[in-house]
Design a protein around this ligand. Structure first.
Ligand SMILES: [Zn+2]
Ligand SMILES: [Zn+2]
Ligand SMILES: [Zn+2]
Ligand SMILES: [Zn+2]
Ligand SMILES: [Zn+2]
Length: 202
């Protein structure tokens, strides 16, 4: 009878009740003795950790850490994200002046900083820094834009200028001037005519 000559236990595995790993059945007793004595399951991450390094594992992997910038305590896995994107004290730079400042002050700073204006050298207009990026996309770059519109406005104003005063008014003024001059000449000639009279009387 040569059936089932091989040992069936050699190809099967048992699950270790301590670490829950599959262990060849032939080794299970030895494994379990070693495993249960030396390893323990971390309650936080579920890793099997050597018993004598369990505290070390907790301290280095799971103990809350303090953000060196804002002193907030958090799980260590959140620290990198916190410092990179969330910490209110992390240093960021202003979009407009590139001055470095704590993130918590950025909004207020940019409200003021973005309202400053700067001359666009393409169109010669003063553009708010907060609108500069959008402006650079739409700026047609022709410096003539503003002068042309001023010229058009002036031309329109010229067309709307009140008409010159009616001609008869200026004619009347001219006649009045002639009349005054005529009276002056007349008076002058009267005086001139009297002089010979006086000299003759003497
Ligand atoms: Zn085990
Ligand atoms: Zn752990
Ligand atoms: Zn922080
Ligand atoms: Zn700024
Ligand atoms: Zn422009």
């Amino acid at each position: 009878m040569a059936l089932a000559a091989s040992d069936p236990a050699a190809d099967t595995t048992n699950i270790c009740s301590h670490c829950e790993r599959a262990i060849p059945s032939s080794n299970i007793d030895l494994h379990y003795a070693h495993c249960s004595r030396n390893l323990e399951k971390c309650k936080i991450c579920g890793d099997m950790v050597p018993r004598k390094h369990a505290e070390e594992h907790y301290e280095s992997t799971h103990a809350p850490v303090t953000c060196s910038l804002c002193s907030e305590m958090m799980d260590p896995e959140n620290l990198a994200l916190h410092k990179g994107e969330k910490c209110p004290k992390r240093i960021v730079t202003c979009d407009y002046c590139e001055f470095p400042l704590p993130a918590v002050d950025l909004f207020e700073h940019q409200e003021v900083c973005g309202n400053r204006t700067e001359l666009c050298h393409l169109c010669n207009r003063y553009i708010r820094l907060r609108e500069r990026v959008a402006h650079e996309v739409t700026c047609n770059g022709t410096p003539a834009e503003i002068p042309r519109s001023i010229r058009e406005a002036e031309r329109e104003r010229g067309a709307r200028r009140p008409p010159p005063p009616p001609r008869d008014l200026s004619t009347r003024r001219l006649l009045f001037t002639i009349a005054i001059a005529g009276i002056a000449i007349f008076l002058g000639s009267l005086l001139f005519q009297r002089k010979p009279d006086i000299s003759q009387a003497n």
